[in-house]
Write a protein that binds this ligand. Structure first.
Ligand code: URA
Length: 434
């Protein structure tokens, strides 16, 4: 088979056969297709789309590109969650330890930053020494020992996604329903969870700008999960403004730690409870979502969730004492407050613009080889609907370079829109796809 034929076929609006999709995934994973041709195919798929059969074929081929875990020898029932990507989305850092603390093992394969959205693995690597690179044996042992694992798409698990994800990040091919569905569900199927809660973000800062598009992505992923025998639920949630206050790796870790110790922004905590509630419900720990949320809250309040987080840091090579001393996490040298220049109601905080601005500060990658600057980012404590007076604090920029700080400050102010009339706060949860 010749890759050029697949590229041209898709470019011209044709369908790829099952055999072609399986061949491409195998050949690219093995290094037999170069990045520039894979990128051309990703762009053709981005522009032309895929039908349902092609999406399922791509997902299964990617899931089978490495090992597929059967975790039942170490835990009878495993749950997992995955977000379609957002700005300030540090949900896993709170939800995973809370659910594990309720006695439900969570074996999770996460990703790195993608486009303007941050990645859980980049955030966790703010802990010096912490590594997501686990062998299958280590994955299983850790799940049995402490009930939670946070691994990357390394060699053995869905390696095709590992390569394609990094390529899409820097080739403008992220926001594509088939590519996102295959990327997320291939990881979920390969890592062997029995139940999966999908957090499908919609809005300006998400890859799906409307509820309709988010619903379509959610429906495809839920169907793929159910067909593979996994209980799967998707929550469609808001990403029209950053989630919580912090955007940037170590800043988000600190906010997650705050939230695990009873503080943290209200919108973020509410979101964590929704996701944890559905994970515990699918695991049969509670009869209703409200009961499940009460279990999660109790695990936070009595410190069990924080203990689990410490165990996660320790098990994967980080220093667990940093959890109790977040000031030891990387910090930016320059921290500058930004104040409102006018009175009014905040009508919009463009999450996508904020996400890209943080990438330019160094919190994400603009080319594959970029290294992450863990301490940089923004803290934005205001929310859409807030009434502010001139001089009120809008946020702080954390930077390591004066020129980048000045640019981020400009971009932050440009990302805000104002109204003289009251503005309703944004909803958090739009709908649930089961
Ligand atoms: N998360 C993923 O794992 N993959 C995507 O393509 C988008 C979000």
């Amino acid at each position: 088979m010749a890759i050029i034929n697949l590229i041209e076929q898709k470019r011209d609006g044709g369908e790829l056969t099952t055999e072609q999709i399986e061949w491409f995934v195998r050949a690219y994973t093995a290094g037999d297709v170069p990045d520039y041709q894979a990128a051309a195919l990703m762009m053709a798929i981005y522009l032309r789309g895929m039908n349902r059969r092609e999406i399922v074929d791509l997902t299964l081929a990617m899931a089978r590109s490495g090992e597929q875990l059967d975790l039942h020898e170490v835990a009878p029932f495993i749950v997992d969650k995955h977000s379609s990507g957002g700005v300030g989305d540090k949900t896993t850092l709170v939800v995973q330890p809370m659910v594990a603390a309720c006695g439900v093992p969570v074996g999770k394969m996460s990703g790195r930053g993608l486009g303007s959205s941050g990645g859980t693995l980049d955030k966790m690597e703010s802990f010096p020494g912490w590594s997501p690179d686990l062998t299958l044996e280590q994955f299983k042992r850790q799940l049995a020992d402490i009930g939670l694992v946070l691994a990357g798409q390394t060699g053995d698990l869905a390696p095709a996604d590992g390569k394609l994800y990094a390529l899409r990040d820097v080739t403008g091919t992220v926001a594509s329903t088939p590519l996102i569905a295959a990327s997320i569900m291939s990881k979920k199927l390969a890592s062997g969870a029995d139940a999966i809660v999908l957090d499908v973000k919609m809005g300006q800062g998400a890859f799906m700008p409307t509820v309709e598009m988010a619903r379509e992505l959610a429906r495809i992923m839920v169907d793929i999960g159910q067909d593979a025998g996994r209980q799967t639920v998707a929550l469609i949630t808001d990403m029209n403004q950053p989630l919580g206050h912090a955007v940037g790796n170590a800043l988000e870790v600190k906010e997650a730690l705050d939230t695990l110790t009873g503080g943290g922004p209200a919108d973020f905590w509410g979101h964590c409870l929704d996701v944890a509630g559905y994970m515990l419900l699918l695991a049969g720990k509670a009869g209703t979502v409200e009961e499940a949320k009460a279990l999660a809250t109790a695990a936070r309040d009595d410190g069990r969730a924080l203990d689990k987080f410490r165990a996660l840091v320790h098990a994967q090579g980080g220093d667990p004492s940093t959890v109790d001393h977040p000031e030891r996490l990387p910090q930016a040298r320059l921290v500058e407050p930004v104040h409102a220049g006018r009175d009014g109601f905040l009508a919009g905080i463009n999450a996508r613009a904020i996400g890209w601005s943080c990438v330019r500060l160094g919190a994400g990658r603009q080319v594959k080889e970029d290294t992450i600057d863990y301490g940089v980012g923004m803290i934005i404590p205001v929310k859409v609907g807030d009434h502010l007076a001139a001089g009120d604090l809008l946020g702080t920029i954390h930077a390591n370079d004066p020129a980048r700080l000045a640019q981020a400050r400009r971009e932050f102010l440009e990302a805000l829109t104002w109204s003289d009339e009251p503005v309703a706060p944004l909803p958090h949860l739009y709908e649930i796809v089961e």
